[in-house]
Design a protein around this ligand. Structure first.
Ligand code: ZN
Ligand code: ZN
Length: 416
């Protein structure tokens, strides 16, 4: 039940375990207008924790739709400089960034994909430096879910809006451990488990991952010096935070020129207000050379063509057991924050520079030489299933089982 108590526990969790807001710090919140009462609760708690200022960036699906429908292309192609400057000023001043996220997965159905791409591209370009603060963990940041009614009805199409929203609240509370007595302690245990998994893989330094599942035969090279991340990580200033709530993944970067074979998606991808489903990508030397999709092929084409080639290559490889609490719900969320944490996934586009040694201080050329992908996009898509097997290839060419039938071959819960 979306009780006041659970709301309060959730608000505390995202401020402490999520962005780990420090006294005297500022906070930017991105949120849908529909979430206003929850946002007020978060803001109150932020000030209780000593925030010096909370700045809210509101969004509203209906207003976005109207603009996408009516504004001339020249407006959609530009992003206001004052807004980019204002956001950049705040992260330069050490503000944390909290994104409260629950978009309608079908919001922009029927809108010309050229118009959607123009808007996404303009904001990605204008916010490049701002996004670098986030992607390099120069500030703490967190993305968390909020069950808007439109999203909830997509997940529970047979329920009326209010009940669907209640049902999605229940799921979210369970998935993010707010239904437990002490969610923050539960997260410490969970973060420890993810730390065990990432340290195991960091020691192994596999040079390749080999994926086999229905519709998937893929070999991914991992660059030398790659680093696995997962769970809680330190910001540049050493503050531990969780970038996603929920999170069940450990992830690193693939080599941008070393991906070969075919991979089939296992969950729909909600991209820019449209759904891309049942798609297949074929890679050669790191780039997508062929693709098909049963739904949203046009959106997929635009996604891959967003920039001069970076959008066709991978920037993230993530391992998530099929038995994670989110997959056990049996639901499709049509929301990447939830679906990616129920499934092994990959991301098209930019790699996180901190997933390779010294990545945050390399020049653009050095990043390319080390196989680090750059792009205007970073878009996760789900490939995991109960039939997925993954092997790691060691430096001396030995194959070791990492995943069998969708789950880890190691027990990280009982490792110390
Ligand atoms: Zn991921
Ligand atoms: Zn990602």
């Amino acid at each position: 039940m979306a009780t006041q108590l659970n709301m309060e526990k959730y608000a505390s969790l995202i401020l402490k375990t999520g962005v780990n807001l420090q006294s005297g710090q500022g906070l930017i919140i991105n949120a849908p207008i529909e979430a206003v009462s929850f946002v007020r609760l978060v803001v109150e708690k932020a000030y209780d924790l000593g925030a010096k200022n909370v700045h809210i960036e509101w969004n509203d699906g209906e207003l976005t739709y109207l603009k996408m429908q009516h504004a001339p292309m020249r407006v959609l192609e530009t992003f206001p400089q004052w807004k980019a400057d204002g956001l950049l000023d705040m992260v330069k001043d050490g503000y944390s960034l909290l994104t409260i996220y629950g978009p309608d997965p079908d919001l922009l159905q029927g809108i010309d994909t050229d118009r959607i791409t123009a808007v996404n591209k303009a904001s990605a370009q204008a916010l490049t430096t701002y996004r670098e603060y986030v992607m390099n963990d120069r500030v703490t940041w967190s993305v968390v879910g909020y069950p808007t009614k439109d999203w909830a009805q997509k997940v529970f199409p047979d329920l009326p809006a209010e009940q669907a929203q209640e049902a999605l609240w229940d799921q979210i509370f369970k998935i993010v451990r707010v239904d437990q007595d002490d969610p923050e302690q539960a997260w410490q245990r969970h973060n420890k488990q993810l730390e065990n998994a990432r340290e195991y893989l960091n020691k192994k330094q596999y040079r390749q991952l080999i994926y086999k599942a229905e519709g998937t035969e893929l070999v991914i090279d991992l660059p030398k010096g790659h680093i696995w991340h997962g769970g809680s990580g330190p910001s540049e200033k050493g503050v531990a935070f969780n970038a996603n709530i929920p999170t069940e993944e450990v992830f690193t970067m693939p080599h941008k020129y070393g991906v070969n074979g075919t991979v089939t998606s296992t969950k729909p991808l909600s991209y820019g207000g449209n759904i891309i489903d049942k798609f297949k990508l074929t890679f050669k030397d790191g780039a997508v050379v062929d693709f098909t999709a049963e739904q949203g092929e046009e959106s997929l084409k635009h996604l891959l063509e967003t920039d001069q080639g970076g959008a066709k290559r991978l920037g993230e490889v993530a391992l998530v057991p099929h038995q994670s609490s989110i997959s056990q719900s049996g639901l499709i969320f049509y929301n990447t924050l939830f679906d990616e944490n129920a499934s092994c996934h990959l991301a098209l586009g930019k790699a996180y520079p901190n997933t390779i040694e010294n990545g945050s201080s390399m020049s653009e050329e050095e990043l390319d030489q080390h196989g680090v992908n750059n792009s205007l996009i970073h878009e996760d898509f789900m490939i995991g299933s109960s039939t997925m097997d993954i092997d790691g290839v060691t430096a001396d060419g030995k194959k070791e089982a990492i995943f069998r039938n969708g789950n880890w071959t190691m027990d990280f819960e009982n490792l110390n």
